[in-house]
Design a protein around this ligand. Structure first.
Ligand code: MLT
Length: 398
């Protein structure tokens, strides 16, 4: 997916009497940015040339910081879903002088003719937004009809890293950078990061099917599967379906139980809030519970931005998939021959250490490592001891 940039200056006409930019003018700014970018690509007449028009069917706007007349805003637009007659653009606006993310918008378009009948999305539009800029370190693979962003490093026995909710593959940066001697693979799950975010098609089974298709595409028969939180739920589903592909397992800050009735209600509430307010609702729900009080503010900020970049369809899809996941506790005792490392941040509020202790003792080949000074994301908050624990486990498998 290509993130195409354009700069616009906020003019007094964009501002209300108090001097700030409200909802409707921001929608116009996002619209201007879209047309401006098309003018630099396939041309602003690209839809007219095909006898069609991109009608906005849904828009979700999140505001993060105020802007005023004279501010120069940098707009990025990325295609997050490309169907036959519809497509979704995620747009972000940053203030140029200090890089502050000021707004994100997500727009679902349906191409229609003059009678309002759906028409195919012009090919040039998809091509323009989907082209990969040169030098981008990530790769893309299309599996099960969805284009996934992936990263692979090194060679040796393969380790597949699966992130949690609502994050992306970059939480594994330290592990990918440093676990030399192994083929490290990470991906953005469908609906998150830079992967496509279809409107439908989210379940633990679909995520697991995406992983196996990815391994097939990369020619990896067996892997060590390392899943954090929701990534752990996916790992359980993967084991249910493709156990012969797993030579070892790392379960990080996760649990085997399904959601309780209360947990399912909380998922529904968050789904409603995300539909109404956008990704900001997920950021507000998750961020206060991710870290220890001593985490550096830059880490909180980068995870916040990661969540804010996540498309609404991907967040809602993941929440429904987690809500519906089955109980995997009966599976634990059956995992004979699957060496498993259970890792947990000592101060994890979402999956507290007692959950990991119980899980590790129910596993026939389970061992537990607690990471001091870490909350729910030890790979980010305490990367060095986390990577060390994973390395020690990997070495024990040889
Ligand atoms: C995650 O980190 O993936 C989530 O906290 C999992 C969950 O909400 O159950």
């Amino acid at each position: 997916m290509r993130e195409v940039e354009v700069e616009l200056t906020v003019v007094p006409d964009d501002c209300d009497t108090g001097g700030s930019v409200g909802h409707a003018p921001f929608l116009r700014l996002f619209e201007r940015a879209r047309w401006e970018v098309l003018a630099h690509g396939p041309g602003i007449d690209v839809f007219a040339r095909h006898g069609t028009w991109p009608a906005v069917r849904r828009s979700v706007l999140d505001f993060h910081a105020a802007v005023r007349a004279g501010d120069v805003l940098r707009f990025q637009q990325a295609l997050t879903h490309h169907g036959r007659t519809s497509f979704t653009l995620r747009q972000t606006a940053r203030r140029d002088r200090d890089e502050t993310l000021v707004a994100t918008g997500e727009f679902l378009f349906v191409c229609v003719d003059s009678q309002g009948h759906p028409q195919p999305v012009p090919e040039e539009v998809g091509r323009f937004f989907s082209a990969r800029p040169t030098g981008e370190p990530i790769d893309r693979i299309t599996v099960n009809g969805v284009s996934l962003a992936i990263e692979t490093r090194g060679s040796g026995p393969a380790v597949l890293f699966v992130h949690g909710f609502p994050l992306d593959r970059t939480i594994w940066r330290h592990q990918l950078d440093t676990l030399t001697g192994y083929r490290r693979i990470s991906l953005d799950l469908r609906g998150m990061g830079r992967s496509d975010a279809p409107d439908l098609g989210y379940s633990m089974a679909t995520y697991a099917d995406d992983l196996v298709a990815l391994l097939d595409a990369l020619g990896e028969q067996q892997v060590v599967l390392c899943g954090l939180s929701m990534g752990g739920y996916i790992a359980f589903e993967f084991l249910r379906r493709y156990r012969e592909r797993v030579r070892g397992l790392v379960l990080m800050d996760t649990r085997a139980e399904a959601d309780s009735a209360e947990g399912r209600k909380a998922r529904d509430t968050l789904i409603g809030r995300v539909r109404e307010q956008g990704a900001i609702a997920a950021a507000e729900a998750m961020l206060p519970r991710f870290f220890t009080p001593t985490v550096p503010p830059e880490i909180i900020q980068s995870i916040r931005e990661m969540i804010l970049r996540t498309p609404v369809s991907g967040i809602v899809g993941a929440l429904s998939a987690m809500r519906e996941r089955p109980d995997s506790t009966p599976m634990l005792a059956t995992l004979v021959g699957v060496p498993t490392l259970v890792v947990v941040g000592q101060e994890d509020m979402i999956t507290p250490p007692v959950i990991s202790e119980t899980m590790a003792s129910a596993l026939p080949e389970g061992r537990l490592v607690e990471i001091p000074g870490a909350g729910h994301l030890p790979c980010v908050e305490q990367p060095v001891p986390t990577t060390r624990a994973v390395l020690k486990f990997l070495q024990s498998l040889r």
